[in-house]
Design a binder for this molecule. Sequence first.
Ligand code: GRF
Length: 190
Amino acid sequence: MTKIKAAVFASGTGSNFQAIIEANQDKELGCEIVLLVCDKPGAKVVDKATDFGVPTCAVDPKSFSSKEAYEKEVVAKLHEADVTYIFLAGYMRIVGPTLLRAYDGAIINIHPSLLPAFPGLDAIGQAFRAHVHTTGVTIHYIDEGVDTGPIIDQEALEILPSDTEETLKQRIQEIEHRLYPKVIKHVLNR
Ligand code: GRF
């Protein structure tokens, strides 16, 4: 059976990228990760992709005349690789109309809060500083807003009195690494 071809988009460390790749080796998520797209050519996730033998498209958006030109190049690479699904995993850039139109309803994002609470940057820090008792992880489809698309799944986490921002981040990431592969498998196999 031909597997769905998917790309992961990431800008930083790539622990979620790694979790997806490893879960796919163990549990067969129903796709093949054929491309890593990275907008920060020196990011650690690029080395991770190389280690796992995943082809990369690491281009700096600043070297293009516009966001549209950058996204056209990315879309061309995605089409070349026959990609039909995109998983954003710490991709620190708002997806623009060019990419959204090309992959309408097929772009999924992970966000480290219980959306709609704490959208945007530094969601873990926002929740920590707000002294809320509960935060969590959300996986959702992307739309033209910032962290506003339809929610697919969420998992809540109690913030403990002993938590620092660092321990909270670690506990959130443990959830992310388990939840993202699970949701991908669910979405691709229903
Ligand atoms: C994750 O917390 C994810 O929810 C957010 O960015 C972070 C990426 O971490 N969107 P990593 O690069 O996967 O380690």
